[in-house]
Design a binder for this molecule. Structure first.
Ligand code: COI
Length: 355
């Protein structure tokens, strides 16, 4: 979507960079932010002049609707630097499409494509020193939209703020992950907005995830809200199961996020002739496969998590361990994906976008 009146991006540079204070070898995910941020306000029925300004706090009316009704959506994407110092985005068009799909479901106005890409590329050029080369280093990019209109009346706002902030990142999980398969709580329901990257989808997971943490699990694999019979997704990542040499993953639906890493893995698997079955995955078949030894691997796939091997899972009071595999699919896909992201392999899918 194009705004009817083209407007120029305004840039105000930070007077001093904070980069010297950052220990890039020891980054906690999502805690440090770069020197600049992109901001664009929506008012009077249209997106206003976009700006890049020094990273810093916002001043907002306490009645802004985002605080009361959670009218907010976001994206997660990354920039990667190759050994020559060139910077790349991975399938950014997919993030752009998805933020507007999420926005539509939350009654937020669509953001214009040219603003998004001009803002993003300019921001990445300004903060380019924050993107470190080397496998595993990246810049996590967080575009988001919040309802800023001052009013506690329960309806959609007519003022919004679209922003992009960036955080240097290494891994999201340190080490292999243990997950609990949901039996009681649900992340989303049919007809709801589980497919959207809406803030509330994440807030609703914190309490059940904290209960799971008390039992020694870092994440929950959410199951369908009807009968808790099917494996769906893990909240910060989609999930894949390897049974013998076949990969299984749930089809996307209105309850499941259409993950970009997920669909990239499906395409890589198809290209490489690896059996991949995108179909509803029963909890009972995974338990049976674990018992008879045919369950070889479980891993999560997401932008922040990349590919995270799952070493064990809990279900109905029982704990199931997975044996470490020689030549695991998780490490194979991680390498295949990162080789494309870091410009180390040919990009036959056309997924990389140079900044
Ligand atoms: C991402 O992978 O970008 C996510 O959205 C996960 C995030 C909630 C940390």
């Amino acid at each position: 979507m194009k705004n009817t009146i083209p407007q120029t991006l305004k840039i105000t540079k930070a007077s001093e960079s904070k980069i010297g204070q950052v220990d890039f070898e020891n980054l906690d995910f999502g805690k440090i932010f770069t020197d600049h941020m992109f901001v664009c306000d929506y008012a009077n029925g249209k997106w206003q002049t976009p700006e890049i300004i020094p990273y810093g706090p916002l001043t907002m009316d306490p009645s802004a609707r985002v605080f009361h009704y959670g009218q907010a959506v976001f994206e997660g994407m990354k920039a990667y630097k190759d050994d020559q110092g060139d910077t790349f985005l991975f399938r950014p068009d997919e993030n752009f499409k998805r933020i507007n799909k999420s926005a539509e479901r939350l009654a937020i106005p669509e953001f214009p494509e040219d603003y998004f890409f001009e803002g993003l590329h300019t921001l990445l050029k300004l903060d380019n020193d924050w993107i470190k080369s080397g496998f595993g280093n990246s810049l996590y990019i967080r575009p988001f939209v919040i309802a800023t209109q001052a009013s506690v009346s329960a309806s959609e706002a007519d003022e919004y703020k679209f922003m992009i902030i960036c955080s240097p990142a290494q891994s999201y999980y340190s080490g292999d992950v243990s997950v609990l398969v949901a039996e009681k709580f649900s992340r989303s329901a049919s007809g709801g907005f589980g497919y959207a990257k809406a803030a509330g989808n994440y807030a609703g997971q914190f309490y059940p995830t904290n209960l799971a943490k008390k039992e020694g699990y870092q994440q929950i694999i959410w199951t369908d809200s009807n009968a808790h019979e099917y494996m769906e997704e893990a909240g910060t990542m989609n999930v894949f199961f390897r049974v013998n040499d076949t990969l299984l993953t749930a089809p996307t639906s209105d309850r499941i996020l259409d993950g970009i890493t997920r669909k990239s893995l499906i395409d890589i698997a198809k290209k490489e002739g690896i059996n991949i079955d995108v179909r509803p995955v029963k909890v009972s078949e995974i338990i049976a496969a674990s018992k008879n030894g045919s369950l070889k691997e479980i891993f999560g796939a997401g932008t922040a998590a990349v590919i995270s091997p799952i070493k064990s899972f809990g279900y109905k009071g029982a704990h199931y361990e997975l044996e470490k595999q020689e030549n695991s699919y998780a490490s194979h896909f991680k390498k295949a994906l990162m080789d494309i992201q870091y410009n180390k392999a040919e990009d036959s899918f056309g997924w990389r976008q140079k900044v």
